[in-house]
Design a protein around this ligand. Structure first.
Ligand SMILES: CC(C)(COP(=O)(O)OP(=O)(O)OC[C@H]1O[C@@H](n2cnc3c(N)ncnc32)[C@H](O)[C@@H]1OP(=O)(O)O)[C@@H](O)C(=O)NCCC(=O)NCCS
Length: 163
């Protein structure tokens, strides 16, 4: 495979991100969430992985409020194009994005996802269980990014998630 870079998405990438996300998930809901997050000002980072021709992967980070304070982040949706999955694109986007969220001072990152995949990045369902959220359960995971943040609390997700 040719060299791959990660960069912030631009407005011109929006349709390609929709196509990629629809192809990866097979449903339109995830791309709708990405567009709504941007529209509502709740996106913290939208990153694409690309080679010299195509966008191959995308990851979305968004605001998460803890007890009403805009201090944490959420991850998702994340996708790698079906033709290039299992080649490290998802992992690269996740690691790069978490570094950005840590640098932005976000206390935690929360996600709902595959419990076999995300623990390798440091995500823990045990940590997430300290927080009340609409997503509670074994697939709901968290990672602490910066010390001194809330150890528990009630999470509020952006309106794009319809919670
Ligand atoms: C999940 C996804 C983003 C991972 O990106 P990727 O570039 O394919 O994955 P990586 O190369 O970084 O990592 C490969 C690992 O992910 C695991 N993985 C991929 N999809 C998985 C899934 N649905 N459930 C569990 N593990 C999964 C692979 O089994 C592999 O594990 P291994 O390293 O132990 O062999 C990508 O497969 C994808 O777009 N899937 C469809 C959309 C989706 O499910 N998004 C995430 C929702 S939580």
């Amino acid at each position: 495979m040719s060299q791959i870079w990660i960069r912030p998405a631009t407005a011109e990438d929006a349709d390609l991100i929709t196509d990629l996300t629809d192809a990866a998930f097979g449903t339109p809901e995830e791309a709708q969430i990405i567009r709504q997050l941007a529209k509502d000002g709740d996106s913290l980072a939208s990153l694409v992985a690309h080679n010299d021709r195509d966008i191959l992967g995308h990851i979305q980070f968004f605001r998460v409020w803890v007890d009403g304070e805009d201090v944490a982040s959420g991850l998702g949706p994340v996708s790698a194009h079906p033709e290039v999955q299992k080649r490290g694109i998802g992992a690269g986007l996740i690691r790069f994005g978490l570094t950005l969220m840590e640098g932005a001072g976000r206390s935690h990152c929360f996600l709902l996802g595959h419990k076999e995949y995300y623990p390798r990045f440091g995500f823990s369902a045990e940590l997430a269980a300290n927080f009340d959220s609409p997503w509670s359960g074994p697939h709901f995971m968290a990672i602490e990014l910066n010390e001194g943040g809330p150890a528990s609390g009630t999470l509020t997700y952006p309106a794009a998630f319809g919670t």
